[in-house]
Design a binder for this molecule. Structure first.
Ligand code: HXC
Length: 289
């Protein structure tokens, strides 16, 4: 969507960038001229991602293996990236953890593993990068990957919903507090964009009886009638990281084909009514009481 060279001279850190949506974002940014820094737990994943990205784009990729739950390691990684890449201009807080479970089955540690990754992990990168930008009197951009159910809440993914809601509060708070330093903070709320990591944990179709598996039919759940594709997400991400969105600060942009609104509207269930039935319904309802 953006012109080649949009990110020339810019370095972007993507947490959890070794796979899934983070990897797609990395590819999109590299194609637009950015240097990309990937931070993720698995050295093997980082190695494979880096080789793939360099061969696909010919761009500069730096990697640092760290669990975002470890604040000291995250700080070390950010220092390393700044030294190798010669600076840092934007951070995408994308690393996440999630699984479906009735909340009463969860241990305190299960909650912690999600909150510490999603919320505290983002806080760790935000503190390290934000302090660096403020000290250097340099502008910066944060883009936090939330979800639609961070605003509504959602049963069966309560640790994730809680953590992502905190991430939105972090985004809006720092948009105001750090705006004066030229640091923008925005978030996006993606709906379903298939990735192996999320799908295996959240939509285990094959483990369910057919009647339940049918509930995962995205074509009927989403007004646009399909899941999202990575390129659509990457277009939004690159726009919000670029100077073309320089006046957007503290915003949460939903990208879900209308899915969450379909679940929210009082009368949305009427979509199930066949078109030819509306004449009869109108006749009945026009009479009133
Ligand atoms: C109940 C579970 C569980 C499950 C783990 N735990 N899986 N409890 N049901 N399915 C519990 C464990 O028993 C343990 O508690 C605690 O959680 C930590 O588990 P570990 O496996 O030791 O943790 P760890 O190795 O850190 O793994 C983290 C993880 C894992 C989150 C559990 O799934 C992971 O690494 N995920 C990363 C990728 C991911 O989740 N991607 C999807 C993100 S998608 P005890 O008490 O036993 O020690 C997303 C947005 C979705 O977030 C939007 C969709 C539209």
């Amino acid at each position: 969507m953006l012109a080649p060279g949009t990110f020339d001279g810019k370095t972007v850190l993507i947490t959890g960038g070794g796979s899934g949506l983070g990897l797609s974002m990395a590819e999109g940014l590299l194609r637009l001229g950015a240097k990309v820094c990937l931070m993720s737990r698995s050295e093997d994943k980082l190695q494979a991602a880096s080789e793939k990205l360099v061969s696909q784009t010919g761009g500069s990729v730096f990697t640092f293996s760290a669990d975002v739950r470890d604040a000291a390691k995250v700080e070390e990684g950010i220092r390393y990236f700044i030294e190798c890449a010669g600076g840092l201009h934007a951070v995408v807080n994308n690393a996440a953890g999630n699984f479906i479970s009735p909340t009463e089955r969860l241990s305190a540690n299960a909650f912690s593993s999600i909150i510490d990754t999603v919320l505290k992990g983002s806080i760790h990168t935000t503190l390290a990068a934000g302090k660096y930008w403020i000290e250097k009197k340099q502008p910066g951009v944060f883009l936090n990957i939330a979800t639609t159910y961070a605003s509504t809440g959602s049963a069966f993914v309560v640790p994730s919903a809680t953590a992502k809601a905190g991430l939105i509060a972090l985004t809006r708070s720092l948009a105001v507090e750090w705006g004066e330093y030229g640091i923008r903070s925005n978030a996006i709320a993606p709906g379903p964009f298939p990735t192996e990591g999320a799908w295996s944990r959240l939509f285990p179709k094959e483990a369910l009886p057919p009647a339940l598996a049918d509930k995962m039919d995205f074509a009927s759940r989403i007004p646009i009638g399909r899941v999202g594709n990575h390129e659509e997400l990457v277009n939004l991400v690159t726009f919000l990281l670029s100077d073309f969105s320089a006046y957007i600060n503290g915003e949460l942009v939903t990208i879900d084909g209308g899915e969450w609104l379909q679940g929210a509207g009082e009368f949305n269930w009427l979509k199930a009514v066949p078109h030819q039935m509306w004449d009869a319904i109108e006749k009945a309802t026009r009479k009133g009481a």
